[in-house]
Design a binder for this molecule. Sequence first.
Ligand SMILES: Cc1cc2nc3c(=O)[nH]c(=O)nc-3n(C[C@H](O)[C@H](O)[C@H](O)COP(=O)(O)OP(=O)(O)OC[C@H]3O[C@@H](n4cnc5c(N)ncnc54)[C@H](O)[C@@H]3O)c2cc1C
Length: 371
Amino acid sequence: MDFADTPEVARFRAGLRAWLAGHLDEYRHGTGYHSDAALAATLRWHRALAGAGYVAVSLPAEYGGRGLPDVYEAVINEELARAQAPAAPPIGHIAHAIADFAGDELKTRVLPGLLGCTSSWCQGFSEPGAGSDLASLTTTGRREGDEYVVDGQKIWTSGAMWADWCLLLLRTEADQPRHRGLSMLVVDMTSAGIERREITLANGSREFAEVFFDGVRVPAANLVGQAGIGWRIAMHMLTYERGPADMGWVGRLGHVLAAAVEDVRTGRCAADEPLRRRLVACAVNIDVLRWQVARSLVDRAGVAASVDKLLTTRIEQELFRVVGDLAGTGFVQGDDRFDEYLWSRAQSIYGGTQQIQRQIVAQRVLGLPRG
Ligand SMILES: Cc1cc2nc3c(=O)[nH]c(=O)nc-3n(C[C@H](O)[C@H](O)[C@H](O)COP(=O)(O)OP(=O)(O)OC[C@H]3O[C@@H](n4cnc5c(N)ncnc54)[C@H](O)[C@@H]3O)c2cc1C
């Protein structure tokens, strides 16, 4: 496999670097989800990036993308991490659900706002009784004429507090087996009957919410594809949650590692032999992860995304344990790295837990029987 840039990719990369050099400074600090000001700065950053043509570039040009191969998405994430810029908006999976399954009218109506970052979106899948076992979800959509009437509850919905739209997975076909009874609706978050309640994360981030739907009326024209194909769309989306974005993640881990190595090299932190060995193992593992993530770009339909998630989780969590041990006393509140350490704990949960990813690898790679 040749990972060198083609001349076109190299030109694209150079253009992005030049743009970042001219635009990054005002966004270098103060973004995030801990306060209203940080959120406003984050949304401004997303719009600036989209306005410059560096968001969802693999989506079709007619809807606001650039119709470029996935590798360009990876380059964007890699360059943002290299420059220590805030991350790109995490919208690729939602954009692909709509672009690859919705009819033309819905695509034309909602994709330009999503891709241009002029509208904010959230993903309403998990429920209090349906996380790993997502197909057991109970939020329902009852068809009445040319509308669906939605009732139920979602939880752990990232970005729901400020989202204009929700891509909602719900049960519409009561008489079908559970996987075939699901559909996906695009829901206007300002609709009557929607209540959002904020959930603050352990690290102080205010990006989570639980969302309640009480008799919410949604036009049937907002159905993504046909009724009953919600599970297929959800599985398609999961393959876009990882891959290109992880290129940025690897880059960010590289910065954390470099800072830790510098602390030891300059004597700011003392590291005994076992701790030094763990630091070296982190360096090797981050390199391995880089190649695994590159592989998952060309093996999207396979299990590469699960392997990638398992590796990222293990490596990131161990890296932050090492950084904590280097600090001697562990982390203190207010230290940015404490924030990142807490976030690393979430890696083993979102987008499919560690245990579920292991089951996928056990069954589909090793061919083991179901446990
Ligand atoms: C940072 C973050 C962002 C998120 N964003 C969103 C979002 O935007 N939208 C959304 O819909 N959801 C979101 N989630 C929710 C996430 O998808 C769920 O938390 C996840 O799927 C796990 O579901 P659960 O929390 O219900 O845990 P459960 O499924 O109840 O699992 C609890 C524990 O049991 C284990 N377990 C469950 N079933 C099995 C099994 N069959 N075999 C072995 N072990 C098992 C799990 O691995 C876990 O350790 C987010 C979560 C996090 C942490």
